[in-house]
Design a protein around this ligand. Structure first.
Ligand code: FES
Length: 113
């Protein structure tokens, strides 16, 4: 039997992305999203950390108030805008999440009241 083959990861998931990439991330840390404490791993973007916790939408469109999250995932479409530590209009798909970061849903332009 080859090394590591067939072993379960710490989470019991045989095919999870960490195992597939043979990643060995630093210890998990937490950040907050709209006041809710969520876990994150070093190197994750805000979007990846939100997705990992099942959050897929964190912004609404200005006119119709429709939900938005990640669309392109590479910093082009600006659908994923979020406020990080009081700074609006941060692209969640590009911004690395940091321990203790305060992430908030963005309403409108991010500068509205
Ligand atoms: S998802 Fe398109 S810019 Fe972030």
């Amino acid at each position: 039997m080859s090394r590591g083959r067939g072993r379960r990861s710490e989470r019991g998931d045989r095919t999870g992305p960490l195992r597939l990439a043979r990643a060995r991330p630093d210890a998990a840390f937490t950040f907050t999203f709209d006041g809710r404490t969520l876990p994150a791993l070093s190197g994750q973007t805000v979007a990846a950390a939100l997705w990992s916790s099942g959050v897929t939408s964190w912004r609404t469109t200005r006119d119709a108030g429709r939900p938005r999250g990640v669309f392109c995932g590479i910093g082009v479409c600006f659908d994923c805008l979020v406020a990080v530590d009081g700074r609006p209009n941060q692209r969640a798909c590009l911004v690395p999440v940091e321990s203790g970061a305060e992430v908030r849903t963005q309403e409108g332009t991010g500068h509205d009241g």
